[in-house]
Design a protein around this ligand. Structure first.
Ligand code: ATP
Length: 266
């Protein structure tokens, strides 16, 4: 379902299984977004409006983008990303029109999820210094959300690291009136995330529980790069034996390519 506009595409088959920890948060997202996307009739019958906007907040690298992509992918919805800073810088002078186009396209091609990353950058509290352009962009965003007709079939998910710094008008009813905190993972969350990121890796004698024990404060993005670094370390161990120009790596060298406990320590 690739669309012409560069921002519109179905995410790369990310599923809830690719998200470590965050079970309760995923459940909330499914109730708030997936249920109305799949079954708007439930809400029609009840005579209530499903949420139009959900705010995900929490530290960087905790999986906010991942969750948004997973809902889109699991519901077969179009996924449209807007970066807060970019909508102002990249489309300078045409930001409002660009937003209008994105919402129009999202409604036309519903079901759709519009994901606005770093929303705080375009919508800081009024009174705090904001450029005229940011103010207009926020006003446009609010009016587009208020005007959304396809109830439940177009949902706007916004992410921020600083929920208290965004304009209250954005958090009022009918806008981003649902919030989910995406926090730093605990020990068990870290272990789940490590399991996901070592899924396709030839690990040997590695205790993910032990790594989870000693990575207090690591978020998902940190754990993902820890695993990648460990794999690169394992690769570097055998590169002296590799002849880069050789057509095929001999099996006995491939057999030696395993990621060990020590690779994680480096
Ligand atoms: P930012 O605020 O910086 O945009 P974010 O919360 O949106 O951060 P993501 O972009 O979702 O973070 O995460 C970055 C990468 O870190 C993901 O692509 C994934 O590889 C890994 N990651 C983060 N959180 C998790 C998680 N809970 N489970 C598995 N992987 C995760």
């Amino acid at each position: 379902k690739e669309k012409s506009a560069e921002e519109i595409r179905v995410p790369e088959g990310i599923s809830y299984e690719d998200i470590g920890g965050l079970k309760r948060e995923i459940q909330l997202v499914r109730e708030m977004i997936e249920l109305p996307l799949r079954h708007p009739e439930l809400f029609q019958k009840l005579g209530i409006e499903p949420p139009k906007g959900v705010l995900l907040h929490g530290p960087p690298g905790t999986g906010k983008t991942l969750i948004a992509k997973a809902v889109a992918s699991e519901t077969d919805a179009n996924f449209i990303t807007i970066s807060g800073p970019e909508i102002v810088s990249k489309y300078y002078g045409e930001s409002e029109q660009k937003l209008r186009e994105i919402f129009e396209e999202a409604e036309k091609e519903a079901p759709s999820i519009i994901f606005i990353d770093e929303i705080d950058s375009i919508a800081p509290k009024r009174g705090e210094v904001t450029g005229e352009l940011e103010r207009r962009v926020v006003a446009q965003l609010l009016s587009l959300m208020d005007g959304l007709k396809s109830r439940g079939e177009v949902v706007v998910i916004a992410a921020t690291n600083r929920p208290n710094s965004i304009d209250e008008a954005l958090r009022r009813g009918g806008r981003f009136d649902r919030e989910i905190e995406i926090g730093i993972p605990d020990r068990n969350g870290r272990k789940q995330i490590l399991l996901i990121h070592t899924r396709g890796m030839p690990i040997q004698d590695v205790s993910l529980s032990e790594i989870a024990d000693v990575t207090h404060g690591f978020v998902g993005a940190d754990l993902a790069s820890l695993c990648k670094e460990a794999a690169m370390h394992a690769l570097r161990r055998i590169t002296p034996e590799i002849d880069i120009e050789e057509e095929e790596i001999p099996q006995e060298i491939l057999d030696k390519l395993v990621v060990t406990k020590d690779d994680f320590k480096e």
